[in-house]
Write a protein that binds this ligand. Structure first.
Ligand code: HH2
Length: 274
């Protein structure tokens, strides 16, 4: 069971989180949904296509991305969070800033997705006691420079240890165990080999004891193996989403919701289900 305020997910099937980037520079859809009404329409469309959660972000975290100021991030996301929540969409907010977390929860979001693992001062306190879910992601370094020279002695063990310790900090602050999701953070301070090793060992991340979210949609690792640019990575991303679930993920974060939901249905119907 995953509890995010009023939304309780049984986890008896994989959950699909759709992506709405209200940014100028996201790697696959930057500038598409900067206008409020377009972002809201896109979020509603993703729900129609079967998204269980819709993840709204106002700051790109692609390699090399520059930070966005607090006021601008709030301006971009709050109207979208408010409108989608009012429509009954389970909204998660992709942010590293405690002020944005607090305002987004006030506006109705049910999960905070922090690529920085709730390490900013005040981030843990912003979610504790609210009933909102918390997705804790692992990132080595910061987006501006994280792909320069990622290094690990044992990537699976180090990522698992980080996620275990951040989840423990959240629990100690009062976040319920069944409100926490962990994510190894594909592409966040990881080489291609690191990503592959983590992907093949997702069961070791799941063994920490929290549902695992995997986000590989349209990312460079899909391009590495298919030779395709961002716009041509849908099929590769859907294949990777299925394998992520097979390897132990309970949630997948994707741009192509309808296609991923269809693929999951077939996978479950034809013998892939748990
Ligand atoms: N990936 C991105 C952003 N947020 N959150 C989680 N939990 N896991 C991920 O793998 C993850 C994430 C990057 O993808 P996207 O949002 O499409 O791009 P950008 O950061 O350029 O907006």
């Amino acid at each position: 069971m995953l509890r995010c305020r009023d939304f309780h997910f049984a986890l008896d099937r994989p959950l699909v989180m759709g992506i709405v980037n209200v940014t100028t520079d996201s790697f696959s859809d930057g500038g598409h949904y900067l206008e409020e009404t377009r972002a809201i329409d896109h979020g509603l469309r993703l729900r129609e296509e079967g998204a269980d959660l819709v993840d709204v972000g106002g700051e790109s975290t692609r390699p090399g991305a520059e930070p966005v100021a607090l006021a601008e991030e709030l301006r971009r996301i709050l109207p979208v969070v408010r409108a989608l929540s009012r429509e009954g969409v389970a909204v998660s907010v992709d942010t590293q800033k405690p002020e944005v977390m607090r305002a987004a929860i006030e506006a109705g979001c049910v999960m905070v997705n922090d690529v920085n693992g709730f390490r900013a001062p005040g981030a843990v306190a912003a979610v504790a006691g609210t009933g909102a879910g918390a997705c804790v992601m692992h990132m080595q370094g910061i987006p501006a420079s994280m792909q320069a020279a990622p290094a690990y002695a044992d990537v699976v063990a180090e990522v698992a240890a980080f996620l275990r310790s951040r989840a423990a900090v959240l629990e100690a602050a009062g976040v319920a165990r069944d409100a926490i999701v962990v994510d190894p953070g594909f592409g966040f301070g990881k080489s291609r080999d690191h990503n592959v090793e983590l992907f093949r060992n997702l069961s070791a991340i799941a063994a920490i004891g929290y549902p695992v979210l995997a986000g590989v949609s349209r990312k460079r690792m899909i391009g590495d193996f298919t030779g395709r640019e961002v716009g041509g990575r849908m099929a590769g991303s859907v294949a990777a989403a299925l394998l992520a679930v097979q390897n132990g993920a309970s949630l997948v974060r994707v741009h192509d919701v309808g296609e991923t939901v269809d693929a999951m249905k077939i996978w479950m119907a034809l013998g892939g289900g748990r």
